[in-house]
Design a protein around this ligand. Structure first.
Ligand SMILES: *[C@@H]1O[C@H](CO)[C@@H](O)[C@H](O)[C@H]1NC(C)=O
Ligand SMILES: *[C@@H]1O[C@H](CO)[C@@H](O)[C@H](O)[C@H]1NC(C)=O
Length: 367
């Protein structure tokens, strides 16, 4: 009798902390909970994740979708009157004026049904919202800084706003104020979707469309970058073998944009501040690592944004000057080793606007 009562008491004593742990996790100090200023981001990402996907918004059953291949043109013509063609969302991530807005204006001209624009501009920076197609396209923005996870957070905010804003947004192209387009809008759209008729396929078979994001594992400083937040900090979520690097500028397909917004696991690690600021480029690692871990086959592994690292300085690539701008340079910058020509290039100094405008019609947007 005594022993069984003792056993009961003992087991109660043992289970009590466990119960407390499971039912009142708040009383245990958790490392790394989102800060107050991140809670509104979380709410935004939740809303974006819950937003109806275009395939569900699309009035087609699965069976109808697969049998539709043959009777495709008629069916698509009918659908076309009902829903919009898939669009490209251009996400401008900037901490200064959009120097090349007149060039982009020309790029977008005549294609208003095929794109949307979203701007994230550091509120502490000097930013004058341009008119025309950029009017009222500024999303609620927060401060961004190099060598910090704020650029990841800003890109995630842009993705979430774009997903919520228009269910037709299908591709999400991240660009900066120093990026310029190297081809016409029509050229890019057709390269991604075939043409504006076959573009409807994107609703029926979204899995066939790749994301264009650089994913590399052979950067010389990769280990220093992996341990920039401290030794073993990324474990167990991200082993060094899973850690990737790539250009910050990508073109994500919608399913991958949603995946990024649903991610909590990797973000909890990547948003930790760097101890080693010399090797701190979180935005060049978070997206390539996450996508390479979740859907490597769905990604191109290369970027569509050309950048010239020859003679780079302090992590900045070559900054093109006005006297370098020529039709020959544009042709050279377009050349890529993949079967896609580069769509965009960076970085260009603001003074390049004038010489670029001069060759806009005859060179840049000729195709
Ligand atoms: C890349 O930048 C270097 C200078 O840093 C320049 O000499 C070279 O012409 C540039 N390459 C291209 C393709 O523009
Ligand atoms: C490029 O190659 C991939 C497969 O390697 C293919 O799916 C895609 O259609 C090609 N794109 C172009 C523009 O030829």
């Amino acid at each position: 009798m005594f022993t069984s009562r003792f056993a009961l008491t003992l087991s109660l004593l043992l289970t009590l902390p466990l119960l407390l742990f499971f039912f009142f996790p708040a009383i245990y100090p958790h490392k790394n909970l989102p800060g107050r200023d991140e809670l509104d981001d979380l709410a935004l990402f939740r809303r974006a994740s819950a937003a109806r996907s275009p395939s569900r918004a699309f009035p087609l059953s699965r069976g109808a979708a697969s049998s539709s291949a043959r009777s495709f043109p008629a069916k698509f013509a009918r659908l076309g009157s009902r829903t919009s063609r898939p669009k490209i969302a251009f996400l401008f991530l900037t901490n200064s004026d959009l120097y090349f807005s007149p060039l982009w204006e020309e790029f977008f001209s005549g294609h208003s049904r095929f794109y949307n624009i979203y701007i994230h501009a550091d509120p502490s920076s000097k930013f004058a919202p341009p008119d025309g197609v950029f009017r009222n396209r500024l999303i609620p923005s927060k401060k961004t800084e190099r060598a910090s996870p704020t650029l990841i957070a800003a890109a995630r905010r842009l993705l979430a706003d774009a997903i919520l804003d228009d269910p037709a947004n299908f591709y999400f192209a991240l660009v900066s104020q120093h990026c310029v387009p190297l081809h016409s809008f029509r050229y890019m759209y057709n390269a991604l979707f075939g043409n504006s008729i076959s573009a409807f396929n994107a609703y029926i078979d979204p899995g066939k469309y790749k994301s264009y994001i650089e994913i590399l594992s052979d950067e010389p400083n990769l280990y220093e970058r992996y341990t920039a937040r401290g030794e073993d900090v990324m474990l167990p979520e991200v082993a060094f073998e899973q850690f990737r690097v790539g250009s910050q500028f990508f073109m994500l397909a919608k399913r991958h944009a949603s995946l990024v917004l649903e991610d909590r696991k990797l973000w909890r690690k990547f948003r930790l501040p760097c101890l080693n600021k010399e090797c701190c480029y979180p935005e060049e690692h978070y997206f390539p690592t996450l996508l390479s871990m979740s859907d490597p086959k769905g990604c191109s592994h290369y970027t569509l944004t050309r950048v010239n690292w020859t003679g780079s300085f302090d992590g900045h690539p070559h900054l093109y000057q006005p006297e370098e701008i020529s039709p020959e340079l544009v042709h050279e910058l377009r050349q890529s080793e993949s079967n896609y020509s580069y769509f965009f290039a960076r970085k260009f100094s603001p003074e390049c606007l004038e010489p670029l405008m001069k060759i806009a019609d005859n060179v840049l947007f000729k195709d």
